[in-house]
Design a protein. Structure first.
Lengths: 628, 311
């Protein structure tokens, strides 16, 4: 019944054999120049490193050499994501897997050695690390060659027996398997010999994880661009064993505290958990959520996340926070529970539990079939297709670095010229970090950039019409846009956490981290307020620049009010209402209070309701086309 | 026969401008209706009202039995709409986009992949499934829009200028597809290209300045015919002869091509009868020589020009 367009056309007008219409073929000039630059930069950094090794003292500052190296890697990744030529893309994919495997084996062998060395021996650690790395490598190998086996046997579902049969019978599968095996063995040899050669003194974790990250990005680039299904699948199927192992390791190590190491949750467990989430998430996205396998993984993430969160709530006795009694009785319960559960640091439990919840939320966001979540997913993805997400993430990271540089760095580097005074940090460390101009600049700059596009673009290109003639309500459209923007906003603020972590783990500085929690609470509700406002302005106009300026101007105005608070306080001293109004609006003073740990419920309520009010107005603007 | 689209006394003002002026029509299940009219006649406005994108000023519209004003979500669930310039998200891939739209339109998860595969095959998108929409040519974008309109298998399809901006090959492809779709769906399609309508539609509605000026089956048009007679004869007598022929309704004198002694007439017959033989016989009996005698079908183009003249 259904014929192709070509056949139908041939029938309708035999003389017009329908040529498929020409599609625009772009030659990725920029990407290729970036790739060339990347290779040159890698070459230069290598040459400089080799040159350095000839001298007693390095002639070229190692920081600069590393910077050039990093720049080269970045440029190569741009090329990997942009390249259109099939062969080059596959080359990058293969390189990505090589890097991932080397990074993984380095991490696993190095980390196991480090953990086992105190209790057993270094050799023992090497051996166990090698065993774990072999297992992970074999997992990757099997999953990587499975797509080809699937194509060859024409079986969709995963059965080990089918795989084994394909492996025995088909020469192409054998070829792929042995090539992959060679890759795995080579990366194991590299990882093992590096760990053997340098001992436990090197931070294998950081190096291995960075290598894996670059490899991961290269694989994603290859998988996204690939047109042949078998190749495409083989680029991202091995994400499953990696993601599962990383997730399990983080929680298992954290829950059992078997090895009795303080740093197992932070930073190692945290990084493992994030890596695991990234691997599983990419697998689901690349596979497509309509596939049963992806759906199972996503639901598994929900269950696993909730399980970890529940376990940690019990283990760290966090659930006691919810019990509405205080004082001695609570303390008595706590000691009683300690007898059964043992002592476990509450912050670790909070971090692991939070990660568990994050897993559950990611899994839910991926697997949900509601229209609302579908809209949110699209909106969130759209940010990453435009430069806005990268500008905002990079901008906030830069601002965090500025704040870090001006408040802490002078004392962190004893050799630097700034460090004339004490080398110890003075409390309030977090307060110093957050209570300055940089978070304000972030808010004024980032929020309008995030929101300007949301509805203006849809109105300008006309997709608005397609969207609103689908069976979805205005409320779902507006709130999904809000939620996506808010998630990205929180993600961007997460870059501010990197520097306190550096201070703690590189600077070895103990400090009161709890104000971070209250600061983020305020930033989250400020996000609700300002993003709601930006969304409203974006709904008013089809011009993004006007939407940007309106939002920017409004936040700027509120900021001015905030800055002038003290002056206005005197002026309005007699007028309680005005004074209260100014106090409520002045979000900078709220930041001051919250970062000191004074969490005012009324400000939370104010910012949240203000945001909801703007969202309500936005819904009305969308509905207003029906009043005209 | 159930009524799929029923429009009654539809009026739409944009501020002081009257865009749609009391139009009424209905479309039965399985009909393929061409919605014609010059630019600015109110076609797109009417279609936007039908798809619940904008509300009517007054009048009632029911689509698939649901009122567009009060049951807008049900209406949207039952129709597939291809807007005029096919707005799409350029950054999404074809597959991704169709999947996203399928979720929005409430296609069940178990059905989704099948529907996507079906629409992709139907619209000839196999080769570009993994391409970003922004890199596609105009013709492919049109097909993606059409696949999107089809994705939830709606009983009604509303296509606003589906062939605008396509090259002749692509127009032909799209038309072939639309004709096939007309076998399963109720179709309302607006266009400027009249031969296209003759190809695809069984009924046309011509709208001018917000009013319906013609609403009839295409067959009626084509059967409506005139006979052109040219003979070497005195004009008055020939006219008399023609008038007295049985079945002739109207006779109109045409200017002959200047040859002396030649008279030319256009004859309209009642009930679309073909009187060529009768006329030929009578002219022959009078002893005149016949220079031309043919049946001229009235084309849609002429009719269109006629009813939309004065703009």
């Amino acid at each position: 019944m259904s014929r192709t367009v070509e056949e139908r056309t041939a029938e309708l007008a035999p003389e017009l054999q329908a040529a498929p219409s020409w599609t625009r073929q772009e030659v990725p000039f920029f990407a290729r120049y970036a790739g060339l630059f990347g290779i040159l930069a890698l070459g230069v950094s290598l040459a400089l490193t080799m040159a350095n090794s000839y001298y007693e003292q390095p002639r070229f500052a190692p920081v600069r050499v590393r910077f050039i190296f990093g720049l080269g890697v970045f440029a190569l990744l741009i090329h990997a994501f942009r390249e259109k030529h099939l062969l080059v893309r596959r080359l990058y994919g293969g390189l990505g897997w090589a890097l991932t495997l080397v990074g993984c084996s380095l991490t696993i062998i190095g980390q196991t050695t480090l953990w086992m060395a105190p209790a057993y021996s270094v050799e023992n650690g090497h051996m166990w690390g090698l065993v774990f790395a072999v297992l992970v490598g074999l997992g990757c190998l099997v999953f990587g060659t499975w797509p080809l086996a699937r194509v060859r046997t024409e079986h969709e579902d995963w059965l080990p027996s089918r795989y084994a049969r394909a492996l025995v019978a088909d020469s192409a599968v054998q070829w792929a398997f042995f090539a992959g095996l060679a890759l795995v063995v080579a990366s194991l040899v590299v990882g093992y010999s590096v760990v053997r050669a340098y001992g436990t003194g090197v931070d294998y974790f950081a190096h291995g994880m960075l290598l894996s990250l670059v490899g991961f990005l290269a694989c994603c680039a290859a998988a996204r661009q690939e047109t042949d299904p078998a190749w495409r699948d083989s680029f991202y199927y091995p994400f499953v064993p990696l993601g599962v192992v990383a997730s399990l390791v983080s929680a298992a190590a954290g829950i059992t505290d078997l090895l009795d190491l303080e740093e197992i949750v932070l930073p190692h467990g945290l990084v493992f958990a994030l890596a695991g989430a990234a691997y599983l998430w990419s697998y689901c996205v690349l596979k497509g959520m309509d596939e049963d396998a992806a759906l199972r993984i996503a639901r598994g993430m929900v269950v696993y996340g909730l399980l970890v969160a529940g376990l940690m709530a019990v283990r760290g006795k966090l659930f006691l926070l919810l019990v509405p009694v205080a004082g001695e009785r609570l303390a008595a319960w706590r000691t009683a529970l300690d007898r059964y559960l043992g002592d476990y640091p509450a912050p670790h439990a909070a971090i692991l539990g939070g990660l568990g919840l994050a897993y559950a939320l990611i899994g839910y966001g991926l697997s949900s079939v509601s229209k609302f979540m579908a809209l949110t997913r699209r909106e969130l993805a759209a940010f990453f297709y435009s430069p806005i997400a990268y500008i905002v993430l990079g901008g906030l990271a830069l601002m965090a670095w500025c704040s870090f540089f001006l408040t802490w760095l002078p004392r962190m580097l004893p050799a630097s010229e700034f460090a004339r005074e004490a080398t110890a940090q003075a409390e309030p460390i977090i307060w110093n970090y957050f209570y300055n101009l940089f978070p304000v600049i972030c808010l004024i700059g980032a929020v309008p950039m995030l929101t300007m596009r949301l509805l203006s673009e849809e109105q300008r290109t006309g997709t608005y019409e397609v969207l609103l003639t689908a069976p979805v309500g205005e409320v779902a459209v507006v709130f999904s846009k809000f939620l996506a923007t808010w998630i990205l906003y929180l993600l961007a603020w997460a870059t501010w956490l990197v520097f306190p972590a550096l201070l703690r783990y590189v600077g070895q500085e103990q400090f009161d981290y709890r104000p971070i929690v209250s600061a983020y609470l305020l930033l989250a509700v400020l996000g609700v307020h300002f993003i709601g406002m930006g969304l409203f302005f974006s709904s008013l106009t089809r011009n993004q620049i006007i939407a940007f300026l309106l939002t920017f101007g409004s936040i700027f105005f509120i900021t001015i009010v905030s800055v002038m608070l003290w002056e206005l306080e005197e002026q309005f001293a007699a007028q309680t209402f005005r004074l209260e109004l100014v106090r409520t609006l002045s979000y900078i003073s709220h930041l001051y209070e919250f970062v000191f740990g004074r969490v005012y419920f009324r400000y939370i309520v104010f910012h949240t309701t203000a945001g909801l009010f703007w969202l309500f107005l936005t819904v009305k603007v969308l509905e207003a086309r029906k009043w005209r | 026969m159930t009524v799929m689209i029923q429009v009654h006394n539809l009026v739409k003002y944009f501020g002081p401008v009257l865009a749609v002026d009391h139009i009424s029509f209905s479309v039965q299940r399985g009909e393929v209706v061409g919605f014609l009219g010059p630019n600015g006649a109110g076609k797109t406005t009417t279609m936007r009202i039908l798809t619940t994108f904008i509300p009517a000023t007054s009048g009632s519209v029911r689509v698939a039995g649901f009122d567009v004003r009060t049951q807008s979500l049900e209406v949207r669930q039952h129709l597939g709409y291809l807007p005029e310039n096919v707005p799409l998200y350029p950054e999404m891939r074809v597959d991704e986009y169709l999947r996203f739209r399928a979720i929005l339109k409430g296609v069940e998860r178990s059905e989704r992949q099948k529907r996507i595969d079906y629409c992709v095959r139907r619209c000839g998108l196999e080769g570009v499934r993994r391409r970003a929409i922004g890199t596609l040519s105009r013709g492919y974008r049109q097909r993606v829009g059409l696949a999107d309109a089809l994705i939830h298998d709606p009983p009604i399809l509303i296509l606003d200028e589906p062939t605008a901006g396509l090259d002749p090959n692509q127009q032909l492809e799209t038309l072939a597809l639309i004709r096939e779709l007309g076998e399963e769906h109720t179709l309302l399609l607006s266009t400027h290209i009249l031969p296209e309508v003759e190809e695809v539609c069984r009924r046309v509605i011509i709208i001018n300045r917000g009013r319906i000026v013609t609403d009839c089956a295409l067959d009626d048009f084509q059967r409506e015919s005139v006979i052109v007679v040219e003979a070497r004869a005195p004009a008055e007598r020939l006219e008399h002869v023609l008038r007295t022929t049985e079945g002739v309704v109207q006779v109109r004198r045409l200017s002959s091509d200047g040859a002396p002694g030649i008279a030319a007439f256009e004859v309209q017959t009642d009930d679309r009868r073909d009187l060529r033989e009768a006329i030929g016989q009578r002219v022959y009996k009078e002893g005149w020589t016949l220079r031309r005698l043919d049946l001229k079908r009235r084309s849609l183009r002429e009719r269109f020009a006629e009813v939309t003249a004065g703009r």
